[in-house]
Ligand binder design. Structure first.
Ligand code: ADP
Length: 628
């Protein structure tokens, strides 16, 4: 029989299939099953209007079988089938099946293409990733004759008449021999193959059946087991997200989540939506109660499962989720993305973008709803994932800050409870125009800062920034509701009256020489020493000047590579009303050695209060002991 040649484009794709080191070879089974399902769809729809079909929904099925000795996998369907001409037209050329738009001949591009199209579907030709020979026996519905199409890949194909009783298609793959790097035999293991079918084709609407071997108790021999073969249906068939919301109970949503995403806790929230318009898709999205088990590992990949018409095309579609929602799990099913790459991939990207935007909005709305209707739940959520949202405010140069600013919270140092920025702004005192915050390890430690006491004494609340990202996020936000933020350990607070301020300025001016001397003793550690009247009863505190606060400097210094150039400019503030101030003047006049010791002690005390390490704790302890 004369071999026919594939059309030029098909040949190229075949080459790619056969030669590429594509890692996702397993998708061939998904492709064959999707084709079978489409063929059944066609005959099923025909049966609705044409009695001569003589079949009802329950009669349709896809049958998969393996033969280890012959090294074959067979996928059969009782769908519409193909005539000889159709076999020729559909399997002889890819252009006909509308499967692919080639970019160009460049080898690198080819490798990339296969990665991309592999995620979406490569159709029938993917068989050649695992098979050295493929046979397709098909009989079209209503036709008298059947045909067999055979190909060993790039060198062409043959078509001949053959026998087949009923309409449908039987595809037989003769698997390639295993090599050092490739294990094709794995697909002959019915367990392995059934797992793949469950993974990719669980929601195909017709039963996918396969003979499976099971160990069952032997009735004749007590305590022993025997092997039994039964034909099992592998797929569950009904995607939960396709059902109507009203038909689904909370339990069903939760069970589905736990099985699918391997969590043992129920999710905090479920979003089930059907969207129509620019993009049409069903989404089933979960906000977990706790981070996914590998969330904090480098290997963690964000993403939603992407299906088209119930067929999985991508396990983690990262483009569907912004980074700040990377903990969200779920499924998106869109008929707009077709398994066969009949459209430009770019266009699909566009669809993905529309879906991603809609999903982002849905999650935000759900969280807003939770925040106003179920505060306790939201706080639990925020305890776990709040940091992500704050990173979201900071990331991308603040591109998402406006959409996220009402979802973030900080602990109030007054009540110890979470407060949103809205709540803080609404609770501000007469005349207060600034949102005060302080950084520290815990709200308790922040409450003990001398500066906190001073701000509280004015009746103002202080927000506690306990996460590394907090201050970076706020700097990105710049203001909330027209109100500026002030770090009480860094910024000029303007808490004192004009007279108090004037008095302090005069005092600092008059003490210039003393303060300069003290600064010199500290040997470049601080950029200045000054008197203050806003730290209550305490003797000293440390503050920072310029852009970088103490906390930011700490965070930056912990980053890989250190904090090159990003050092906080420290200011040692001494309480002008404290008795120690008098001592300083006294020593300045008659005992410079003492002045030096006092300066060093005060500076180290201030560092301790701010949670900074001491460079030389021994020296500090010795100096104190000496004084005692
Ligand atoms: P597509 O992406 O269009 O499915 P394929 O290369 O997988 O591309 O298949 C090409 C065409 O061959 C299909 O569009 C369909 O018309 C036909 N075909 C493939 N498998 C079957 C089958 N099992 N039964 C009937 N027709 C089939």
């Amino acid at each position: 029989m004369r071999k026919k040649q594939f059309k030029a484009e098909s040949k190229k794709l075949l080459d790619m299939m056969i030669n590429s080191i594509y890692t996702n070879r397993e998708i061939f089974i998904r492709e064959l099953i999707s084709n079978a399902s489409d063929a059944i769809d066609k005959l099923y729809f025909k049966s609705l209007t044409d009695d001569s079909v003589g079949m009802s929904k329950g009669d349709f099925e896809i049958f998969v079988e393996t033969d280890k000795d012959a090294r074959t996998i067979t996928v059969s369907d009782n769908g519409i089938g193909m005539t000889g001409e159709e076999l020729e037209a559909n399997l002889g050329t890819i252009a006909q099946s509308g499967s692919l738009n080639f970019k160009n001949d460049n080898d690198a591009a080819k490798e990339n293409d296969i990665e991309v199209i592999g995620q979406f579907g490569v159709g029938f030709y993917s068989s050649f990733m695992v098979a050295s020979r493929v046979e397709v026996v098909s009989k079209a519905f209503g036709s008298e004759t059947a045909h067999k199409w055979t190909s060993e890949g790039a060198d062409g194909y043959t078509i001949e008449e053959c026998e087949k009783e009923s309409a449908g298609t039987v595809i037989t793959l003769y698997l390639k021999e295993d090599s050092e790097n490739e294990d094709y035999s794995q697909f002959l293991e019915s367990y392995r193959l059934s797992e793949l079918i469950k993974k990719y084709s669980d929601y195909i609407r017709y039963p996918i059946k396969m003979p499976m071997t099971h160990s069952v108790p032997d009735e004749e021999k007590e305590g022993e087991y025997k092997e039994e073969v039964s034909v099992d249906t592998l797929n569950s068939m009904i995607p939960l997200w396709r059902k109507n919301k009203s038909e689904i109970g909370e339990d069903e949503y939760n069970e589905f989540y736990k099985n699918k995403f391997m969590d043992f806790e129920n999710p905090l929230a479920v979003i089930h939506s059907k969207t129509e318009g620019q993009a049409t898709f069903d989404a089933l999205i979960y906000i977990p109660s706790r981070p996914p088990y590998d969330f904090y590992s480098k290997e963690y990949e964000k993403g939603l499962q992407l299906y088209t018409n119930g067929v999985l095309i991508m396990d983690k579609c990262g483009d569907l989720l912004p980074d700040y929602f990377s903990f969200v799990r779920g499924i998106v099913d869109s008929a707009d993305l077709s398994l066969n790459i009949s459209r430009e991939i770019l266009q699909q990207d566009y669809q993905l973008k529309i879906m991603a935007k809609a999903i982002d909005k849905k999650i935000k709305n759900e969280l807003k709803k939770m925040l106003s209707n179920d505060r306790e739940k939201y706080e639990k959520f925020f305890d776990t994932f709040g940091v992500q949202l704050k990173w979201g405010v900071y990331a991308n140069y603040g591109a998402d800050k406006d959409a996220l600013k009402d979802l973030i919270m900080f602990k109030s140092s007054e009540s110890g409870k979470y407060e949103t920025l809205r709540e803080y702004a609404d609770n501000m005192r007469e005349g207060q125009d600034t949102i005060y915050y302080a950084c520290g390890e815990t709200p308790e430690k922040i409450a003990l800062l001398p500066q906190t006491e001073a701000v509280k004494a004015k009746g103002y609340d202080v927000l506690c920034f306990t996460d590394d990202v907090d201050e970076f996020a706020i700097q990105m936000l710049m203001e909330y509701d027209g109100k500026k933020f002030a770090n009480i350990c860094k910024d000029e607070l303007n808490l004192s009256s004009d007279e108090e301020k004037k008095a302090l300025d005069e005092k600092n001016e008059a003490s210039k020489d003393l303060l300069e001397e003290m600064k010199n003793y500290l040997d470049g550690e601080v950029s200045s020493v000054k008197f203050t009247n806003s730290i209550g009863e305490h003797a000293v505190c440390l503050s920072a000047e310029g852009y970088v606060s103490l906390e930011m400097a700490k965070v930056l210094s912990q980053m890989p590579g250190g904090n090159q150039g990003m050092k906080a400019q420290l200011v040692l503030e001494v309480n002008s009303e404290h008795r120690v101030a008098e001592k300083l003047f006294e020593f300045f006049a008659k005992d410079k050695d003492k002045l030096k010791t006092y300066t060093k002690i005060l500076y180290n005390e201030a560092r301790l209060i701010s949670g900074l390490q001491l460079d030389n704790p021994t020296e500090f302890a010795d100096m104190i002991s000496e004084l005692m």
